[in-house]
Design a protein around this ligand. Sequence first.
Ligand code: PLP
Length: 364
Amino acid sequence: MSRYWSAVVHGLTPYVPGEQPQIANLVKLNTNEHPYGPSPLALAAMRAAADEGLRLYPDPNAAALKAALAQRHGLLPEQVFVGNGSDEVLAHAFMALLKHERPLWLPDISYSFYPVYCRLYGLSACTIALRPDFSLAPDDYLPHPGGERAGAIIFANPNAPTGRLLALDGVERIVAGNPDAVVLVDEAYIDFGGQSAAELVPKYPNLLVVQTFSKSRALAGLRVGYALGQAPLIEALERVKNSFNSYPLGRLALAGALASVADEAHFGANCQRVIDTRAWLNDQLEALGFEVLPSAANFVFARHPAHRGADLAAALRQRAVLVRHFAAPRIDAFLRITVGTPEQCAALVAALTEVVERVAVQPT
Ligand SMILES: *Cc1c(COP(=O)(O)O)cnc(C)c1O
């Protein structure tokens, strides 16, 4: 605290990202990074872009990247917005599209950055409880018969940190049922087993789909995210972006992202490897007595009936295995475990086996 702080800063509750410690031989399964590297074509493109040209500003409109993303999703370039990681895209969307007189509706268990943006931009929010099985019920997001309706709606699909997927017809039900409200679908994990709502963009003027290069394209360090929506929604994001920073993506990021989009083969194969390892990890955890929520993401969310989540996370940390634990209502017992390589997942399972069985044989 400081008397030099503005009133806004006093009122902030910043997001706390998963740690990035510098520990040797760490099995790092806490921030949902991709276990395999980015496309070699993306790395080559970035090396090639690291030249004298860096003295020049990048293209403020990222035209080449927008065109490539538009083509990949069967949309038009004016239906694409790009930003410095999807967190920045989301931040602009909160200000440009989600802040209205009526409150923003969002699930009680969701990406923990959303409440942070609500505070930053002064949005009122109304949380809607996920069902007891942690599924999202589309009917809970339709205008109430009494007339109450959302100012806007946001949810992650697959959800974070549960990993549960809402099928595309459920997403469409929410979008179609709220023609007066923007519905933002955060698809950070959609490439690990879901069907994107991007195909619904031409049909619905109130739908904004947000994706990222950080998870499925293994480029978390590059900071590239994007939004897909009809031109008026994209224009709103551009207005905020151009009132904030004209050049959110540098030349290296633009070059790397463009080449990544072009390498569909590398992308598809490495997502499939993660999906295969997820199935194996799921079985191993269940064999250890864990309840594992069905996941369509590159992580699993699991709890053990006989162990506290915080204790398990701490015991794993002692064994140089990092996972994420959220000390939050309803999910305190769970661990969120990123799907790593088969070797990393085997190390996690070995450590968990030790912890679960060691504690189990202790006299009571
Ligand atoms: C990781 C994540 C993001 C942020 O991704 P960046 O593009 O790295 O900023 C956004 N939403 C959800 C749900 C995420 O898990």
